[in-house]
Design a protein around this ligand. Structure first.
Ligand code: FAD
Length: 629
């Protein structure tokens, strides 16, 4: 690989979404020479698509809000499986990260008295999402990119080179992390356009590659979400946790087929939209689970009053956490009460004046008009569940984002723990900022502590090269066919409702697909060749799918984003257990149980005994009673 270009950095951040950019800014601010590598165009990361907002307990709209309320909501949303230290840091630091964005130029929507406005979202007790219409992600990315540019201008003044300390490598895909002994020493990849190879010498890598949605047919995720970071971490020897927990967003478009899965933001419900079945019934009132009974309205009148008077009314059940709403929609459709195109109705047209809808939900208005010829100010939308977000990811240290492999860090959707078994809407954008910053700082501190720089062994580069070029010119199977079979298998057999026989069947298919992936062929050259890119991505998607299916089979309970038809209830014993995925040989995934450390006394004391008893084991309750005394 003589013609491989080579670069040396202190920190290489893989991913230019919210997590990657915030991490890179932090590493650069700590004086580290930082590279940002992303496989799509700069500015096109998934984060751009985020609509609803960033959750932060600033208390601007309801002054009763604070980090403790946010912490409680997050733990409830995740059904108490969350890494509580992450949930704590997140709730405490999110407001500062949002204000910091404002200082860097973000223009949030305002309240009447000029504060950053906050909107309601499922599972959040108070209006909490800082937002910019329904295009919050765009503003977040714009602001972070602007900050990167500002730092580059500073570097130009000081060093005569804009890219002296922070450089973006866009449309560049990383395929392997390299190690020197047990430590990270570099990253290997290729330029999408030319197919030429690139090597980074670096002691620290921050993974910020987002999710895995492209393993499913119906998904809100874009083409980039092939689980690359999850797989890179696994192959480098790190662990993944919580991989059985996938969030199926309750409201994706169901029609026309070409746009199936595209997201319909939760803000539609947050701003008053309601769900109805074919009989016109607001069915969510029939689906309030016991653990949430006292927090949600039992009549439409009370639910409606809540929008104007939150102190004296409970919220409508359309705003239950996403897993609950997705299951309810699924059940209505299954019972034959679905909409003509196989979803249910989501109606905002009878709830808000047309002008108000266009102002609050401009993207949704545009999206339905353009893609489905539906005017949401005049008629209901048809919606159904879509694969949206993976709670599972790289097991990291909460404070620093460090993975088990020295020099490896992860933040954002690719990391696991923060959201437990189910993420609340709005908690991702804030997660990216809080833990992106922490991972960037963690990587910088790690580099400072190194005595010698790890070295890249040439054999490893040759191996990475051989692996990447293998599908080229091979007379093998079409990668698109393999991909499609994987997507169908995961969708149908490890989807929103699961059972042992089906998951086992999926695992058998995945096993065969692994073989087929090793033999796929891509016609053509290395120059902009999407078939070849997919052939490379398939390794990651299959590996990650194996993690999801294996963990899903082992977890014999239903919790958050993991619903087992054959084990319908939540089981307190399972709440304490994490399923940890790893691989020794780079091809077979092993899953092991690990017990979570108990929540710190001051944090557990934030909850009522009655509520805790719904989640905790008897043994844990006895301990709690000890603390409460
Ligand atoms: P991303 O923003 O996805 O960035 C990933 C980056 O990694 C990209 O730059 C990509 O090119 C790069 N990458 C991936 N693989 C490689 C590789 N092999 N080599 C190099 N680069 C690579 N959350 C909220 O909190 N509020 C919302 O309102 C909200 N709305 C959403 C709406 C939609 C339609 C969707 C799909 C999600 C929404 N979410 C929302 C979730 C949230 O947007 C994502 O979880 C979050 O943006 C993920 O950010 P990230 O920084 O982890 O990754």
């Amino acid at each position: 690989s003589l013609n491989t270009e080579r670069h040396e950095y202190d920190v290489v951040v893989i991913g230019a979404g919210g997590a990657g950019l915030r991490a890179a800014i932090e590493a650069r601010q700590q004086g580290k020479r930082t590279a940002i590598v992303c496989k799509s165009l700069f500015g096109k990361a998934h984060t751009v698509m985020a609509e609803g907002g960033a959750a932060a307990a600033m208390g601007n709209v309801n002054s009763a809000d604070n980090w403790m309320v946010h912490f409680r909501d997050t733990m409830r949303g995740g059904k108490f499986l969350n890494n509580w230290r992450m949930a704590e840091l997140h709730a405490k630091e999110a407001p500062d990260r949002v204000w910091e964005l404002e200082a860097w130029g973000a223009l949030f929507d305002r309240t009447k008295d000029g504060k950053i406005s906050q909107r309601n979202f499922g599972g959040h007790e108070y209006p909490r999402l800082a937002h910019v219409g329904d295009r919050t992600g765009l503003e977040l990315i714009r602001t972070l990119q602007q900050r990167v540019v500002a730092l580059q201008q500073e570097d130009y003044e000081n060093h005569g080179d804009y890219e002296a300390y922070i450089k973006v490598f866009a449309e560049c895909t990383v395929t392997r992390l390299l190690k020197d002994g047990d430590r990270i020493s570099g990253a290997y990849g290729y330029w999408r356009e030319s197919g030429n190879f690139i090597l980074f010498d670096t002691p620290a890598v921050v993974l910020a590659t987002g999710g895995i949605g492209k393993s499913y047919v119906v998904t809100s995720n874009s083409w980039e979400y092939t689980g690359d970071g999850h797989a890179l971490a696994l192959l480098a020897g790190a662990n993944l946790i919580n991989m059985e927990f996938i969030q199926f967003h309750p409201t994706g478009m169901v029609w026309p087929p070409s746009v199936r899965g595209i997201l319909v933001t939760e803000s539609v419900r947050g701003d008053g939209g309601v769900l109805r079945n074919s009989e016109g019934k607001r069915f969510m009132f029939d689906y309030i689970p016991d653990v949430f009974k006292d927090k949600y309205a039992t009549t439409e009148e009370e639910g409606d009053r809540w929008y104007t008077d939150q102190a004296n009314n409970r919220r409508p059940p359309e705003l239950l956490p996403r897993d609950e709403v997705a299951r309810a929609i699924n059940a209505e459709v299954k019972a034959g009460r679905g909409s003509p195109q196989g979803g249910v109705f989501l109606d905002v047209s009878t709830r808000l004046p047309a002008e108000e809808i266009k102002k609050r939900l401009p993207s949704m208005h545009h999206q339905f008009k353009e893609l489905a010829d539906v005017d949401i100010t005049a008629e209901p939308m048809q919606v159904g569940p879509t694969c949206h977000y993976i709670m599972g990811g790289v097991e990291v240290d909460a404070d620093t984002g460090a993975a088990a492999v020295p020099g490896l860090f992860a933040a954002g959707e690719v990391s696991g723990g923060m959201h437990g078994s189910n993420r609340l809407g709005g908690n991702s954008l804030s997660d990216l900022l809080v833990f992106g910053r922490r991972a960037g700082a963690g990587a910088a501190a790690y580099v400072d502590g190194l005595k010698a720089r790890p070295k890249v062994a040439p054999e490893l580069v040759d191996e990475a090269h051989a692996e990447a070029v293998a599908p080229l010119g091979r007379d093998g199977e079409n990668p698109y066919e393999v991909h499609h079979e994987l997507q169908r298998t995961m969708n149908d057999l490890v989807g929103i409702i699961r059972k042992a026989e089906e998951i086992s069947e999926a695992l058998q298919v995945v096993e065969k697909l692994k073989e087929r992936v090793r033999l796929v062929g891509a016609a053509g050259s290395r120059i902009y060749n999407p078939g070849w890119h997919l052939a490379i991505d398939l390794r990651n998607m299959v590996l990650v799918s194996e993690c999801v299916a294996k963990a899903a089979l082992l977890r014999q309970e239903s919790r958050g984003g993991h619903t087992r038809d054959d084990f319908p209830g939540m089981n307190p014993d399972w709440r304490r257990k994490l399923l940890v995925c790893s691989t020794e040989d780079g091809s077979t995934v092993t899953v092991e149980e690990k017990v979570q450390p108990p929540m710190r006394d001051d944090l557990i004391s934030l909850f009522d005994r009655g509520e805790l008893s719904k989640y905790l084991t008897d043994e844990e309750m006895t301990e709690f009673d000890g603390i409460a005394k």
